[in-house]
Ligand binder design. Structure first.
Ligand SMILES: [Zn+2]
Length: 317
């Protein structure tokens, strides 16, 4: 554990916010891995929705000045297959929207059994692969004059035993870091292609996905440590890196007003047809209702640490 922290801190040296974020994402991946292992050892498998709720709750605590979560009151029938949407603010203060579908790895088959899941569109409508629905619904949303969401998959994993699966992180060594694979992500289009080929095994999907924390450490390494000044811009750099050449990230001038209101009131909001269960919001500027004087303790410690180290170096010069 210490080793992993040490490496992430070295990678993100001098950039406390990116480091704080990379560590938070890595921590959630490890926590997910651990929760799934503990559930399994107690004789059952954790539900995706449970894992998603815990993940988004913890992400909202990364830095409550800039992160928030809003729950939608249940909609009988989701029309897009997404489990959560993620709004991330650009430097020009417009918002990018992602639609994310979560799937867990099944045991002992070590397959994403639900990936081939088909859903019926409308009452008595034809059946469609859920992965195709996610991609198509995002496209349709864009055509209807709303913002076009970027479709994405998040996988919850707890593979058993020693592994020799692909390790796609370019910034960290695989040794002792298997639990970073507790959450992996991939563009939905890549995953839909796999499903068409009939592939849903852990190894096949892993070859097309990345550890969640790579959104920060790999994209940052690739971008040549160009400093990003916020969680939001760091994440958007990561999303662009994840989708290289594949897709642009459209944005809209403002958050849906019902989400903005819910951030102020801490309330649930009534779902529209295309809303998933829950929304995660990452602002570049402070979120409505957030107290801007509350810097998270871990972030404050990181900043202090580096200021101390930096002043020490100056004295040595
Ligand atoms: Zn990485």
């Amino acid at each position: 554990m210490e080793h992993i922290h040490h490496v992430i801190e070295n990678l993100m040296a001098g950039r406390p916010e990116a480091c704080h974020l990379a560590k938070a994402l890595a921590k959630q991946a490890r926590a997910t891995h651990r929760r799934m292992a503990r559930a399994r050892s107690a004789g059952f498998e954790a539900y995706e929705t449970t894992i998603t709720d815990l993940l988004l709750t913890e992400l909202a605590h990364v830095d409550p000045r800039f992160w928030g979560v809003v729950r939608f009151t249940s909609h009988e029938e989701r029309r897009n297959g997404a489990d959560w949407q993620w709004w991330i603010q650009r430097s020009n203060l417009s918002w990018v929207c992602l639609w994310i579908q979560a799937k867990r790895l099944y045991h002992p088959s070590e397959r994403y059994e639900q990936l081939k899941h088909e859903v019926r569109t409308g009452s008595g409508g034809s059946r469609i692969r859920q992965s195709r629905l996610l991609v198509e619904a995002a496209r349709r949303e864009g055509r209807s004059g709303k913002i076009q969401p970027v479709p994405l998959y998040a996988f919850y994993n707890c593979p058993q035993g020693k592994r020799a699966e692909p390790w796609r992180c370019e910034a960290l060594e695989p040794c002792q870091q298997q639990s970073l694979l507790g959450i992996t992500i991939a563009p939905a289009r890549r995953i839909d292609d796999l499903v068409v080929e009939g592939k849903n095994a852990y190894g096949d999907v892993l070859a097309a996905s990345w550890p969640l924390s790579c959104l920060v450490h790999c994209s940052t390494t690739r971008a040549g440590h160009r400093p990003q000044r916020s969680y939001a811009s760091t994440l958007l750099t990561g999303m662009e890196w994840l989708h290289t050449g594949d897709v642009d990230l459209p944005s809209t001038p403002s958050l849906p007003s019902r989400i903005e209101e819910a951030l102020v009131t801490d309330g649930e909001v009534v779902a529209e047809e295309s809303d998933p269960r829950i929304a995660l919001i990452t602002g570049r500027e402070g979120l409505p209702g957030a107290r801007m004087d509350e810097v998270p303790k871990e972030l404050k410690e990181l900043v202090d640490l580096w200021e101390l180290e930096w002043s020490g170096r100056r004295e040595m010069l």
